[in-house]
Design a protein. Structure first.
Length: 295
């Protein structure tokens, strides 16, 4: 099936606008998928664009977005030039942005598709974006249904974290962060010094229930697919098993020998997706259409 790419822009008053890219099938779409990138990532990282094309060619509207404080800019979306923005980012900011997009995708005549209000709506998140996807799917689903609209059909996580609290430092490192106001992190790919302001952890401590991945997954009433590689060195496989244990309708798919990015890297210059990423893409498409993973 043929497809096209189109820019996405969601204006939000005084807040930074949310930019993204649509992958649109040429025929009537089966539904819509929102994709959330991970930590120190962006919507154009690696082979994510190829994933979007594959979904559109299979008949799904696929939207990739950049979080507004991921460190890139609309003018330079593949380079970390907005270091102050990266430092000021928070989990709740990414959650709010995800909910805003999901609500926009359920709006009347959403994004040139008059039938989008009733068709399946799914959210996929990778790594940290997977944890945010859990929070957003649960919160947006409840909000949409309270408004008499169809909620979120599917929550899909790729190599996702199951909690945020354990990602923060402790002991002397935490105290140093408190006193200095900055937590240094190194982007080893770009060799840049990045940092998080103390407000990052303050934001989390002020709303632990809203940012509780376990609570969100337990409350989500739709179907859930958890995909994780057995050779993931960044996020332990225990996270996947915890997510599966919490979900009301879970499907767990463990990719034997797959790593954290499913074979992809930045930049990705090959003409085709890596084998592992292509496999989990097909697994996810099968799940969306059949309610189960490929056997």
């Amino acid at each position: 099936m043929e497809m096209q790419r189109h820019p996405f822009l969601l204006e939000r008053g005084e807040d930074r606008p949310i930019h993204g890219v649509w992958h649109i099938p040429s025929a009537e779409a089966k539904g819509t998928v929102l994709f959330l990138h991970g930590y120190k990532g962006y919507m154009d990282w690696g082979a994510w664009a190829m994933v979007g094309d594959a979904f559109a060619q299979a008949g799904w509207r696929f939207l990739r977005i950049n979080f507004t404080h991921n460190g890139t800019t609309p003018e330079d979306p593949c380079t970390f030039t907005d270091l102050q923005g990266f430092a000021a980012n928070t989990y709740s900011r990414e959650l709010d942005e995800s909910i805003s997009v999901l609500q926009a995708l359920r709006a009347e005549a959403s994004m040139s598709d008059d039938t989008a209000t009733e068709k399946p709506l799914a959210v996929i998140g990778h790594s940290r974006g997977g944890g945010v996807a859990c929070l957003a799917a649960s919160a947006a689903d409840a909000k949409l249904q309270s408004e008499g609209k169809r909620g979120i059909q599917s929550l899909i996580t790729w190599a996702a974290v199951a909690d945020f609290a354990s990602r923060f430092p402790s002991g002397k490192a935490l105290e140093h962060w408190r006193q200095s106001g900055e937590l240094e992190v190194i982007n080893h790919r770009t060799r840049q010094r990045l940092w998080h302001n103390w407000s990052f952890i303050e934001d989390f401590m002020e709303q632990p229930n809203r940012l509780d991945v376990e609570q969100a997954v337990r409350q989500f009433s739709g179907q859930t697919l958890i995909v994780h590689g057995t050779s993931d060195q960044a996020v332990d496989t225990d996270h996947a098993h915890r997510l599966a244990a919490w979900a009301q309708e879970p499907t767990l798919s463990m990719g034997e020998g797959m790593d954290h990015t499913f074979g992809a890297k930045e930049p990705w210059t090959d003409p085709a997706m890596p084998e592992a990423l292509a496999a989990i893409t097909q697994t996810t498409l099968h799940f969306l259409e059949e309610g189960r993973a490929v056997q």
